[in-house]
Design a protein around this ligand. Structure first.
Ligand SMILES: NC(=O)c1ccc[n+]([C@@H]2O[C@H](COP(=O)([O-])OP(=O)(O)OC[C@H]3O[C@@H](n4cnc5c(N)ncnc54)[C@H](OP(=O)(O)O)[C@@H]3O)[C@@H](O)[C@H]2O)c1
Length: 357
């Protein structure tokens, strides 16, 4: 397999593991980069993760610019991509609506249009919240007519990051349908480190949670015994993306990348605490109470928690039948999520640079 690919967000956490897997299988990959001079460092990192740095080339561009900031040479460079993987995102809690929309929504639509124009398959990464229809309805998404959703209201309710991810999903899906262009969607749960090495980047939500636990800043377990934070390990997520991207049967499909064996939040914190040799919290703090507390100025900083992150902790169980079918068809094997969690905690403790950022 050596079909050329174009990847946005290749320098990010999931992107790095996807680049390592794609190049290890012989695919040449053009990577959209805001800082193309960082290509040598990215190549080195991809080699360390088991990929081939020599198969990577940088394409200068920016999701926030008109035409993605691509010049004619860059467009020519990506023109033959069999698959465009869209992972680039501006991720932070507390983003402004305008910032989030420009990069995460308008940028995604431009990537989709580029893929459609040049006849590439688009594999876009969404998020597992998109598979929780009850939640989507509660926060105001009109599932029958997404274009009638009051997005401004939804951004105010859910925060700009989640709002922009949801809006991007529905608008890209509609645009690709209009252009009759092939689209596959992969919706990851919260991403855990590599199942064996534990590799993770410090800005990842799970790394921040582990850091809070390690530093004794997690006095209580958010939610009840029924609450969980569904996870997927980054290496398995990359495998699912690769399998889905080149499988004709997955055109028009949505894949939920979520390990149903993830323990509840209490069990997960206990496992992590054991690995970190710290005390796990045992009391529960109801989510609605936590949400009220986090509205008090200064409290999010004090608790090292942001209200925007609470929606990801939930009681819903998901239907992963379509994912299991893909896993079986491609003979993939779910790694043990408990071991992946422990490896992630060990990685963060042993890599001082990872915790410092
Ligand atoms: N991590 C999770 O737990 C999780 C869970 C569900 C879904 N997802 C989704 O998975 C995808 C990848 O997530 P991630 O965690 O790997 O993200 P990440 O580590 O935060 O990486 C973000 C990537 O986007 C790039 N980027 C940001 N702004 C850009 C811009 N204006 N133009 C071009 N590139 C830009 C960054 O490049 P620079 O090097 O230039 O900064 C980086 O490569 C996203 O769609 C995210 O929403 C992630």
């Amino acid at each position: 397999m050596n079909q050329p690919c174009f990847v946005t967000g290749g320098s990010g956490f999931i992107g790095q593991h996807l680049l390592a897997l794609l190049t290890s299988k012989g695919h040449s990959v053009s990577v959209l980069m805001r800082r193309p001079h960082s290509l040598p460092a990215l190549r080195e990192q991809i080699e360390q993760l088991g990929g081939r740095g020599d198969l990577l080339t940088a394409v200068a561009g920016d999701l926030g610019l008109p035409g993605l900031g691509l010049d004619a040479t860059a467009r020519e460079q990506v023109r033959h991509a069999a698959v465009v993987f869209h992972l680039g995102v501006q991720f932070a809690w507390g983003l402004s609506q305008a910032q989030a929309r420009q990069v995460n929504v308008e940028g995604a639509i431009q990537v989709a249009e580029l893929a459609a124009q040049q006849g590439s398959r688009l594999l876009m990464v969404g998020g597992f919240m998109l598979a929780n229809h009850g939640h989507l309805q509660r926060i105001g998404v009109n599932l029958q007519h997404p274009e009638q959703t009051d997005w401004d209201r939804l951004y105010r309710r859910s925060g700009a990051y989640e709002g922009s991810k949801l809006e991007a999903h529905f608008r890209v899906r509609a645009r690709m349908a209009e252009l009759q262009a092939p689209l596959t969607l992969v919706h990851p749960a919260t991403v855990c480190g590599h199942s064996r090495s534990g590799h993770i980047l410090p800005a990842q939500p799970l790394a921040e949670l582990i850091d809070n636990l390690a530093e004794g800043r997690l006095g209580a377990i958010p939610g009840s015994a029924a609450h969980w934070l569904p996870l997927v390990s980054v290496d398995f997520l990359a495998e699912l993306m690769l399998a889905a991207a080149f499988d004709e049967q997955q055109v028009g499909q949505e894949i939920l990348a979520l390990d149903a064996a993830t323990p509840n939040l209490q069990g997960m914190l206990q496992q992590l605490a054991r690995t970190l040799s710290v005390q796990a919290p045992s009391r529960h703090l109801p989510i609605p109470l936590l949400r009220v507390l986090l509205k008090i100025p200064g409290v999010p900083r004090l608790l090292h928690t942001d209200a925007e992150s609470l929606d990801f902790i939930q009681t819903t169980r998901f239907d992963t039948a379509a994912t299991q079918a893909l896993v079986q068809r491609h003979q993939l094997h779910w790694p043990d999520i408990g071991q992946a969690l422990q490896a992630t905690a060990r990685y963060l403790v042993n890599e001082p640079s990872a915790v410092q950022g």
